[in-house]
Design a protein around this ligand. Structure first.
Ligand SMILES: [Zn+2]
Length: 422
């Protein structure tokens, strides 16, 4: 069984439905803020209440503030539960070495969704229209979904999130438990090192892999310029006016477009690696984040990489490919051929080993180390006599991000031909 979230664009059936939905989201926000500030931050050394203890206060609050009694009680419970959930996330980050603050009161624009847990909704995908489904939400009404991807047939719906994005568009995310029928991953003893790959997530290129392929970062400069233009224009409008609101949505649209483009790029790249290879090795970034301090350029790019690793793992499950995170300590310094530590500041782009003479691109050396650590970790049997790098072509094949986006793969046709004749 896996849990997966299916997201759809949604259209409220009427203005009234949209108004009720936003209204109820804001009621959830009031309850969240009240619970957080009045109840969850008790006397300094007082125990924090359990989720159930907070939920049990809801009937009292509803008697006190009658408008809270008019909305669907299940999602008020979920709003209170959000505090506990947020706290858990913060705790996890803290144990991983991040500097975290505490949960804060939320302003209207920061609280944009409502969660239905297990009941209070009715999903209908047999509407007689292609790519169309509806969800009927208790106390709110009906939303039309652009149903581009059907829900798994024998799945169980766990939760539904209804969200108003900053662009003003509505989305419905349906969380389903189902048996995905994914292909089995190959048995470790059947895996050949040639069918594995090590990946370095870099600054200059987005990924640099152990075969010498360097995929450029996605070029977002046009979007960034447009974003700046729209933001400048927003700053000249009168805050809160109709024009300001229209312009604010334009800014949100550009943000959304950038997110969509990045997601598309990551999915295509992850699809390529997990279908081409039987195992993909990548550094464990949570560990690396702890090894390097804040303000480090790598750390700043870390959010995007973590997202990519998540996508990579999901595609690994779907395509029957092992995705293994390896110990990152020393992967940039260590010589991939002889293991001697070679200190090099960030601007030195070549790894050149004074001990064994091995020379290659700095990021490729890191990828090769991820590769051999991954083989070790997964338990792939390989001959110790052949250093890993000699089984792989040398040199770097630079791949523009555009090719990944347009062809769905960073593979070069010419490269396959070359590989055969080599
Ligand atoms: Zn060496």
């Amino acid at each position: 069984m896996v849990e997966e979230s299916f997201q759809y664009h949604a259209e409220p059936a009427s203005r009234e439905v949209a108004r009720r939905a936003w209204n109820d989201i804001q009621t959830c926000r009031e309850v969240y803020n009240h619970a957080l500030t009045q109840d969850y931050h008790p006397a300094p050394d007082g125990d924090k209440p359990s989720y159930t203890a907070m939920q049990n206060k809801l009937p009292d609050w509803k008697r006190q503030w009658s408008e809270w009694g008019e909305v669907y009680s299940k999602y008020l419970q979920m709003a209170v539960r959000r505090i506990k959930h947020g706290e858990t996330v913060l705790d996890e980050l803290e144990t991983k070495g991040y500097d975290v603050g505490e949960l804060k009161w939320k302003a209207p624009r920061e609280y944009r969704s409502i969660t239905y847990n297990q009941s209070g909704f009715d999903v209908d995908s047999n509407t007689g229209r292609a790519n169309h489904a509806t969800v009927d939400f208790s106390k709110i009404g009906c939303f039309h979904l652009s149903y581009h991807r059907p829900l798994p047939e024998d799945g169980t719906i766990k939760q539904i999130h209804l969200k108003k994005q900053k662009t003003g568009e509505w989305t419905v995310s349906i969380v389903v438990d189902y048996d995905p029928d994914y292909p089995d991953k190959p048995a470790v003893e059947d895996i050949e090192p040639e069918d594995c790959i090590g990946i370095d997530l870099g600054i200059r290129s987005f990924v640099h892999d152990s075969t010498g392929r360097a995929v450029d970062r996605l070029d977002l400069s046009d979007d960034r310029e447009r974003l700046e233009r729209e933001q400048r224009s927003l700053s000249r409008k009168q805050h809160g006016s109709k024009n300001w609101e229209r312009q604010r949505r334009r800014v949100a649209d550009v943000h959304q477009r950038m997110t969509d483009r990045k997601d598309d790029f990551k999915h295509k790249l992850a699809h390529f690696y997990t279908t081409e290879c039987e195992a993909v090795f990548v550094e464990d970034l949570d560990v690396r984040g702890m090894l390097e301090g804040d303000g480090n350029a790598r750390n700043k790019a870390g959010v995007g990489w973590r997202g990519f690793i998540r996508v990579l793992k999901r595609h690994g499950e779907k395509n029957g490919c092992h995705v293994v995170e390896v110990e990152p300590n020393g992967t940039t310094k260590e010589c991939a051929r002889c293991g001697v530590e070679v200190e090099k500041p960030l601007w030195v782009r070549t790894h050149s080993c004074p001990s064994c003479g091995f020379e290659t691109d700095r990021d490729r050396n890191t990828a090769l180390n991820a590769f051999s650590r991954g083989l070790e970790e997964l338990g792939v049997v390989h001959s110790e006599d052949t250093p890993v790098e000699t089984t792989l072509p040398t040199g770097t094949d630079s791949v523009p991000a555009k090719r990944v986006v347009e062809a769905g793969s960073p593979a070069l046709k010419e490269r396959t031909v070359l590989a055969v004749s080599e």
